[in-house]
Design a protein around this ligand. Structure first.
Ligand code: AMP
Ligand code: MG
Length: 479
């Protein structure tokens, strides 16, 4: 690995240098060779288990824990930071961009507070599966390079095998990173961070009339695009705190996330989200709220006159909803297989979701079934409804709309996955791995969800929702 560690070098005072804890008996459980190739990593001479547990620090790595703050469920914590993660460093990959390599679960840091700095195997495998699925689905995301068990036990609700996830990211700069320095009134550092972020993610913003307003605009657009992607997949992040909101626009920190099976606009799975703050259809509003927190942090950089700065920033935040609408419509047209734009499209999309209300319609299968519908067969869609007549009027509208869309069915099959990491499949795969050391289901699921658009013979059960819906299904934090 050829490191070039700008965060370490250029942002002294933004992190604590720390070494990983010693893993007593590291074992590699999964390595992402395809990703390693993309990153241009030559791992032939590396001991993967020792390296990706943190026991061996690769040449050129400068391990550090980043400082950040964040609003968690609406309440501000001035000091969070990497409590269980270490940045190894950055590499420039063959495609030319700079990528962070980070260990998650590698032991305590000065930011650990009361935490043990560790991660359990279940959540590590969960993040591995979901991150790689999201990537295959075309969603900006951090990725999973390796999963290693440490040989130590970690105490959560129950005792678990300890594990370390190695993840890669465009960067780990969060809204909360800005909040950390803004809250402390450290304006020099705030400016340094903003300039660093512009240079790393939005370099042409540097020459804009007001680079910090331009930064806000770019992040706003990236977040609007990201959330439209999530919504288009029935994905619920579950813990959209400002410290889990990136400046790059990548999805980060897969904790209690989930994909919905049947469509439910109010879907919440996270055990800790009792108010439904991060419910499925709230996500665009929360993204906007998080951006407003970024905007507040940037105020002193935007203009010396706070009133002017606030009015400029407010304009950007106010534009978020329209930006989101634009990305949502684009995403929906893609999912419905449309290549042209009609003025009634938004209404057609909205009414499709209305037909699904209270009908226990599987979200993913419904979009796949649109391809059959475009081919003239309405059965596979109607069969998904408790009351199939609920969708009959809509079917007529759709059929008339696709008169001008000759490629609709093939577009739909290319845009809508058949395999997603469904909750019951993920749980079963994790249970087998955790309890029996059996990775067969994990491997099978990973293979399908990383090739999500191609139907495979004999794998029908992986495309289906669970036989029994568990209305109390909950996901948990605590990597
Ligand atoms: P997350 O839930 O991943 O967004 O984490 C929120 C904050 O809690 C971050 O500052 C984490 O570093 C910290 N944290 C979560 N779990 C642990 C742990 N086991 N040990 C130390 N810090 C943790
Ligand atoms: Mg986090």
């Amino acid at each position: 690995m050829k490191f070039d560690n700008t965060y370490f070098r250029d942002l002294v005072g933004f992190y604590a240098p720390v070494d990983a804890a010693l893993a007593p008996d590291p074992k590699l459980v999964k390595f992402n060779h395809a990703l390693a190739d993309e990153l241009g990593l030559d791992v032939t001479n590396l001991d993967l288990a020792q390296t990706f547990s943190g026991n061996i620090k690769p040449d050129g790595a400068d391990t550090l824990a980043q400082a950040y703050a964040g609003h968690q469920f609406g309440g501000f914590s001035p000091q969070l930071g990497d409590g269980r993660a270490l940045l190894l460093g950055e590499i420039i990959i063959p495609a030319g961009n700079r990528i962070d390599i980070q260990l998650k679960g590698s032991g305590r840091t000065p930011f650990s507070r009361n935490g043990d700095g560790k991660a359990g195997l279940g959540p590590v495998l969960r993040e591995y599966l979901v991150a790689e699925a999201m990537h295959a689905l075309g969603v900006p995301t951090t990725r999973a390079l390796a999963a290693v068990t440490t040989g130590a036990r970690v105490q959560r609700q129950t005792a678990q095998n300890g594990a370390v996830l190695t993840r890669t990211a465009a960067s780990h700069i969060r809204v909360g990173t800005f909040q950390f320095f803004a809250a402390r009134g450290e304006l020099e550092k705030l400016k340094q961070l903003a300039d660093y972020t512009i240079n790393r993610h939005y370099p042409d913003a540097a020459t804009a009339e007001n680079p910090y307003i331009e930064l806000l605009k770019r992040v706003s657009n990236a977040q609007a695009y990201l959330i439209a992607k999530w919504v288009g997949l029935g994905f619920i992040h579950g813990v959209m705190n400002t410290d889990n909101s990136t400046l790059s626009g990548e999805t980060i920190d897969y904790g209690p996330c989930a994909f919905m099976d049947h469509y439910d606009a109010n879907a919440v799975f996270s055990s800790i989200d009792q108010q439904g703050r991060y419910a499925y259809s709230n996500q665009p509003l929360i993204a906007r709220w998080n951006l407003a927190r970024l905007a507040e942090s940037l105020i002193p950089l935007i203009n010396d006159d706070p009133d002017t700065a606030i009015s400029q920033a407010t304009e950007i935040i106010d534009a978020f909803s329209a930006q989101y609408e634009f990305h949502w419509l684009t995403e929906m047209r893609r999912k419905f297989g449309f290549e042209t734009q009609h003025s009634n499209d938004e209404n057609l999309f909205d009414t499709f979701f209305e037909t699904m209300n209270d009908n226990m319609v599987d979200f993913t299968l419904a979009f796949r079934a649109l391809a059959d519908l475009a081919d003239g067969n309405a059965t596979s869609l109607r069969d998904l409804y408790l009351t199939p007549t609920a969708v009959d009027d809509w079917i007529e509208q759709f059929q008339s709309r696709i008169q001008s869309e000759p490629n609709a069915s093939q577009n739909i099959r290319a845009a809508n996955p058949i395999y997603i990491p469904r909750n019951h499949l993920v749980e079963a795969a994790l249970k087998a791995a955790e309890e029996d050391g059996d990775y067969a289901q994990f491997e099978q699921l990973l293979a399908l969800i990383t090739n999500p658009f191609t139907e495979q013979n004999g794998k029908e059960v992986y495309a289906k929702p669970p036989l029994m819906v568990d209305p109390n299904y909950k996901t948990f934090c605590g990597t």
